[in-house]
Design a protein around this ligand. Structure first.
Ligand code: AMP
Length: 430
């Protein structure tokens, strides 16, 4: 099946072609016809399957006709990173349509988001806590809403957002199309789906299979969120001195981290889905040729990395999908060699740790780097720890992290770790 056969408007098909997509992925083939027909949908699919386009393309198709400047589609995501990514996809795929997309999330000021909402938008991507704030202040008008999407519903559950989601859904028109995407289908998500969806189409794409890597020393390093960059810098100066591959969860995060490392004198190769083929090739060549000792990558791009001699894989963020952890750490210790897989774990990563340990069938060694002790270390327990949920809620609502903040927490490596980073020359990234 081709994109043309899906029957999307030609402006959308053109944008998809410009993204370089040739054929729809299985979740897109399964979901797009039903969504175009106006059906509700449950999509059981992980990140990396093309699920974002599976809902954004038919929504753009639906919204391309009709009055502009009225909120007609709402997409809820658990994190700001995902919200930004979804908004970016809407803008990419909708580049030949005149539709306005806004994105609202916690952790930043309300003012610019309120101004944006006041000017009128067609599509809104939001994290639940911040959306409720805007609703409470009267900045959101749902009277014209036609489509609701819950993206990564199981993560919203893990992060304690389901009550907020229910409150939001109650404020929406009952006559609407609802799409729910989730990597897993725990009971709580099934019952939420029953409550808010009507006669949904079910589409499931099989999870990728993966085997744990051998020869890799794995460790988890607890760290406060705002000290991750500092800890990574410390590792690059001390134990991770060979070829190092650093994974982030999002393209945005990869860009930010690469810029930060370059600013501190590292030659960095950058690989993610928004880079052109030429940029990817240059980045891989530089990494392979050791002109860039550090490569920052996201999961999709990282899967294609076949480079000999990667000594360290650093999970700057843990992946959303446990299988991706295995893919990531498989980039080191190739051909019988040994390698290190180091995961930086801040409180919001704890649910991911449980998923990964369940998949690989054992616990991973916890290791504290002196100077970076963080007493909110992941526990080897089951069920979502309440402290994690509180942390996530508070964080998403725009507050500062409260869990045992380190007294010397700082965003500036040079101020606190004494490794003399700032004195080094800036090198050009690839
Ligand atoms: P997602 O699962 O939505 O996070 O998408 C994963 C990645 O696949 C993104 O980088 C998309 O740009 C890319 N992608 C989505 N659909 C397609 C497609 N039909 N062909 C090639 N790449 C795609």
């Amino acid at each position: 099946m081709s994109f043309t056969e899906l029957g999307l408007a030609h402006e959308i098909e053109r944008a998809v072609r410009e993204q370089g997509y040739e054929t729809p992925t299985p979740i897109q083939k399964g979901a797009i016809p039903g969504v175009l027909a106006g059906r509700d949908l449950i999509g059981c699919a992980q990140t990396g399957t093309g699920k974002t386009a599976a809902f954004t393309l038919p929504i753009l198709h639906r919204l391309r006709a009709g009055t502009r400047g009225r909120l007609r589609a709402l997409i809820l995501t658990p994190t700001r990173e995902l919200a930004l990514q979804v908004a970016e996809s809407l803008r990419d795929y909708g580049r030949h349509l005149r539709l306005e997309t806004a994105v609202v999330y916690g952790g930043v000021g309300h003012g610019p988001q309120e101004d944006r909402l006041r000017r009128g938008v067609d599509l809104l991507v939001a994290t639940p806590g911040r959306l409720l704030d805007h609703m409470g202040r009267g900045y959101v008008d749902f009277r014209n809403l036609e489509v609701l999407v819950l993206d990564e519903a199981d993560r919203m559950l893990d992060m304690g957002f389901i009550r907020d989601v229910r409150r939001i859904v109650r404020a929406l028109p009952a006559r609407r199309q609802t799409l729910l995407f989730s990597a897993t289908m725990p009971d709580a998500i099934r019952s939420l789906a029953k409550e808010i969806l009507r006669d949904p189409v079910n589409v499931e794409v099989a999870p990728r299979r993966s085997a744990p890597a051998a020869g890799v020393r794995q460790s988890l390093l607890p760290v406060a969120t705002d000290r991750k960059r500092e800890l990574l810098a410390h590792l690059l100066q001390t134990e991770a001195r060979g070829l190092t591959l650093v994974f982030t969860r999002t393209k945005h995060g990869a860009n930010k981290l690469a810029r930060h490392l370059e600013g501190h004198g590292h030659a960095v190769a950058l690989l993610h889905g928004n880079r052109s083929q030429a940029q990817r090739t240059r980045a891989l060549d530089a990494f392979r040729g050791k002109r860039a000792r550090v490569m920052v990558a996201t999961d999709i791009a990282g899967r294609g990395i076949d480079v000999e001699g990667i000594a360290h894989v650093v999970n700057y963020d843990l992946p959303n999908v446990p299988e991706d952890y295995v893919h990531r750490i498989g980039r080191t210790a190739r051909a019988g060699a040994t390698g290190d897989a180091i995961s930086l774990v801040s409180p919001e990563d704890h649910p991911h740790v449980r998923g990964i340990e369940t998949l690989i069938g054992h616990t991973i060694e916890r290791r504290v780097v002196p100077g970076f002790a963080q007493s909110a270390a992941p526990q080897r327990t089951h069920g979502a720890p309440r402290r994690d949920r509180e942390y996530a809620r508070h964080h998403a609502a725009g507050g500062k992290p409260r869990l045992n903040p380190s007294p010397d927490a700082t965003d500036s490596p040079a101020q606190s770790n004494g490794t003399g980073w700032r004195g080094r020359g800036v090198r050009r990234a690839v």
